[in-house]
Design a protein around this ligand. Structure first.
Ligand SMILES: Cc1cc2nc3c(=O)[nH]c(=O)nc-3n(C[C@H](O)[C@H](O)[C@H](O)COP(=O)(O)O)c2cc1C
Ligand code: SF4
Ligand code: FES
Length: 567
């Protein structure tokens, strides 16, 4: 009988479906060696993923597919997980195999409201035309917390204030793209002034409940925007069994806000002492300090001064873990920040449970804003009267207003919490020459726009609700007769469209549809109202819930600009 298989052998009997490699992308030995060298002996912990992505981005100016695959291999994560995180953050450039490599230098030009008022559009056009795209790329970016020196941009990590094409040319010729570190109060100066004495004595003999009562007596409320009474938070966190953690919110992404940067660039130790007092009060095992990547000088100051605190024996090495954001406004929302600290995309969590119960790494977590910590230190050092003794228009306390737009002297102004826009403009040197006051944003784009006629409302927590808005982070932007409210509102919605994390449809799609509708000469106010209501009702977090404020308040107060009544 003829043997049919003869000459073929069992291996050649069919085509077979074998493959030379495992499924999925393969890692490259050279890339793996490079990633290992970059990571050094750092622990390959999941929560450090964003820090490692920064290392790759800082070293190579982008994140090649080979490096990302190697990082996934090294961290025992899937490539998909690494890719999802890398693509979430605006300051990362993850590349597919065939993507072009971006130029070495990136200029990010702020196009948020105060910079737009100061001419950022013309600046972007001029830079786009004037740059060699092989060497430099020009990107739009949201607020970088320099609204008082608008228009602002960043070349590498060097910011340019009052930016012009000539100023950019000078920095490019100079070739130094590192941040400029401002002079600030050092540890020795602060110590000489009695700094850290309160912390030391509280740690020795203090009663956390008594300190919490002092904070409550001062009337301090959370200055990240939500305004939760700070004097109640510690008890909530302590109500959950340990180990407990603390996370400090230094994301300061609400356009128009620069108060946290203002305090950190001047008196970082007041903040650090306040943070350590709060951590002591809840017996936090560790502090995670989340600082936005847009503040490279602050990151440098904090890294330096935390090392000084370790050297002075005030904290054990590693007790304060400084984490660097990567360009995502939503990471200012506390649960999104916690996700980001865990090395993930900054997608807000559903509540309950609240972060005070189940926060970072599943542990009860105390979250405070930077400025809140600053005031905790001042209240402990100077007494609750520092806030509670100040009264104006029936409101108690002080507020750090970040003021920008059409005023003569933009800046941070520490004023009584009951200040009106009239008081704030007066503090900022009055209106800029040639401008007549028309409208104002009381607290970031989340707060929308009020007309100049509402100039007698104290700009504080709880006072703006009757007007359909809230004070938020007290980011006041002043508009004049030379500005259109509808353009400002469109700028705000464009910001939210770009920054929505996309997890809920009403916010993701609502922001996008609103931006389209708001570009029409005559707004379809009925449809815009329908979109707004859906966003308010069905968005998970404050971004989607507050974004319609700008739409609704423009319809309510500036009908003449939007052809209202046509629909
Ligand atoms: C969309 C959104 C963005 C936020 N951004 C910030 C921020 O940049 N910085 C901040 O401290 N709080 C921000 N918050 C408020 C935080 O969720 C949280 O309330 C705050 O960090 C708590 O600290 P505090 O009580 O000291 O204010 C944001 C909230 C939302 C909904
Ligand atoms: S409201 Fe917007 S930003 Fe907030 S979770 Fe939903 S999609 Fe994300
Ligand atoms: S830095 Fe441009 S708006 Fe804040």
């Amino acid at each position: 009988m003829l043997d049919e298989t003869k000459g073929k052998g069992v291996w050649k009997s069919g085509k077979g479906r074998g493959r030379a490699t495992p499924k999925g992308r393969q890692y490259d030995d050279t890339a793996l060696a490079e990633v290992r060298a970059l990571l050094g002996d750092r622990p390959r912990r999941r929560d450090l993923l964003i820090e490692f992505l920064h290392l790759i981005q800082d070293t190579y100016g982008h994140q090649s597919a080979a490096h990302l695959r190697a990082l996934a291999e090294e961290m025992r994560l899937s490539m998909a997980e690494v890719w999802e995180v890398a693509t979430f953050y605006a300051h990362f450039d993850p590349l597919r195999e065939d993507d072009p490599v971006p130029p070495d230098l990136t200029i990010r030009v702020c196009d948020s409201l105060s910079c737009e008022l100061a001419g950022s559009e013309a600046l972007i056009t001029a830079l786009d035309k004037g740059m060699d795209p092989a060497r430099v790329r020009v990107l739009r970016a949201p607020c970088m917390g320099r609204c008082d020196t608008a228009p602002a941009l960043e070349i590498g990590h060097r910011h340019v204030d009052y930016a012009t094409p000539d100023a950019v040319a000078r920095v490019l010729a100079d070739g130094d793209f590192h941040p400029v570190i401002p002079a600030y109060e050092t540890f020795d100066d602060y110590r000489e002034d009695g700094g850290y004495d309160v912390l030391t004595s509280l740690r020795a003999t203090g009663d956390w409940a008594e300190v919490q009562d002092r904070i409550a007596a001062s009337g301090l409320r959370g200055l990240g925007g939500a305004g939760f009474p700070s004097g109640r938070k510690w008890g909530f966190v302590r109500g959950n069994s340990g180990p407990r953690l603390m996370a400090v919110n230094g994301d300061e992404g609400e356009p128009g806000t620069f108060k946290d940067r203002y305090y950190l660039e001047r008196s970082p130790h007041l903040f650090l002492e306040g943070m350590l007092i709060a951590a002591w009060a809840v017996e936090a095992k560790r502090i995670y300090l989340y600082m936005r990547d847009e503040y490279p000088a602050v990151l440098h100051i904090l890294a330096t001064e935390i090392a000084v605190l370790e050297g002075a024996g005030l904290i054990p090495p590693g007790y304060v873990d400084l984490r660097r954001g990567a360009g995502a406004y939503i990471c200012g929302e506390e649960s999104a920040m916690i996700e980001s600290i865990e090395g993930k995309r900054g997608i807000p969590r559903h509540r309950p449970p609240y972060v005070a119960q189940v926060g970072l790494f599943g542990r009860p977590t105390l979250v405070h804003n930077i400025e809140t910590c600053h005031w905790i230190a001042r209240i402990c050092r100077e007494g609750p009267e520092i806030l509670s003794s100040v009264e104006r228009n029936g409101r108690v306390g002080l507020r750090s207003y970040s003021v920008s737009g059409r005023v003569a002297q933009p800046g941070v102004y520490l004023l009584p919490a009951g200040s009106t826009i009239t008081d704030i403009i007066a503090a900022a040197g009055g209106m800029a020459a040639g401008h007549v006051f028309k409208a104002y944003q009381p607290g970031g784009p989340s707060s929308g726009l009020l007309p100049a006629t509402l100039d007698d409302v104290p700009l504080d927590f709880d006072t703006l609700q009757p007007h359909g808005t809230f004070i938020g982070s007290a980011a006041v932007v002043v508009l004049s007769d030379q500005d259109r409210a509808r353009d400002a509102a469109l700028n705000m919605l464009r910001f939210f469209e770009a920054e929505s994390c996309g997890q809920c449809t009403p916010c993701r799609v609502g922001c996008e549809k609103a931006v389209k509708l708001m570009q029409a000469d005559a707004w379809d106010t009925n449809l815009l109202e329908e979109v707004s209501q859906a966003m308010v009702d069905a968005s998970i977090c404050g971004l989607g819930q507050a974004a319609p404020n700008a739409i609704r308040m423009t319809i309510r107060h500036f009908g003449e600009e939007i052809g209202a009544g046509d629909h």
